[in-house]
Design a protein around this ligand. Structure first.
Ligand code: E4P
Length: 216
């Protein structure tokens, strides 16, 4: 499973990239707004930092506007993936881009029916939002499992990108479900490293070594 970082903060992206485990980046308008920078300049910088796919979302809600914005974003760098909402206009734009080989990430997926539609439209990625489903009392991971099964049944090439990740167990469950990608906030990427027994074990190794070599 590939690991993307879910942020528009270049310091977080730089740090995660330095660990050697980062495959790509997803952004959304809320994350971009937090940075207080020009949208285009920010996406340009992120694409220079990470060679893998970088999802950048359109702001328009009509197909014509989505197509125009999508083309502008796609022109920034070869690794830009156009993020489109799952609405009739977004799916229509997705199908048009698929015909031209422009990569897309269909976002705000909350049902298997939506995932089926976007696969038929030729989406490169579908983004089920597991955390937001959990928040309203539905099992977000069950949606991921259903999508993985449906795509497997028909050999759809659309990749399942697990989004709205809230804790390390979401990442593990995404991998167990056979998702292609999990996009993970920086704080949760950091949490993936931690286990108390690793810290205790390391402390003991070093203490043993220091004790045995003291005075040598
Ligand atoms: C995905 O691409 C979105 O940016 C993101 O995962 C949304 O997560 P949230 O529900 O934590 O805002």
């Amino acid at each position: 499973m590939r690991l993307f970082i879910d942020t528009a903060n270049v310091n977080e992206i730089r740090e995660a990239a330095s660990w050697g485990v980062l495959d790509g980046v997803t952004t959304n308008p809320s994350l971009v707004a937090r940075e207080g920078r020009s949208y285009r300049a920010l996406i340009e910088e992120i694409c220079r930092l990470v060679p893998g796919p970088v999802s950048a979302e359109v702001l328009a809600t009509d197909a014509e506007g989505m197509e125009r914005e999508g083309r502008e974003l796609a022109a920034i760098a070869e690794n830009v993936v156009i993020k489109l909402p799952i609405t009739p206009e977004g799916v229509k734009t997705c199908a048009r881009f698929a015909d031209e080989g422009i990569a897309t990430n269909l976002t705000l997926c909350f049902s298997t029916a939506q995932a089926l539609l976007v696969a038929k439209a030729g989406a490169s990625y579908v983004s089920p939002f597991v955390g937001r489903l959990d928040d309203v009392g539905q099992d977000g991971m069950e949606l991921v499992r259903e999508i993985v099964q449906v795509y497997g049944n028909y050999e759809f090439p659309t990749q399942v990108l697990v989004a709205s990740v809230r804790h390390p167990q979401h990442v593990v469950q995404a991998a167990l479900a056979g998702a292609d990608v999990a996009t993970v906030p920086f704080k949760i990427l950091q949490q993936l490293f931690h286990h108390p027994l690793t810290d205790i074990g390391l402390e003991r190794f070093l203490a043993d070594y220091r004790a045995a070599t003291a005075g040598h």
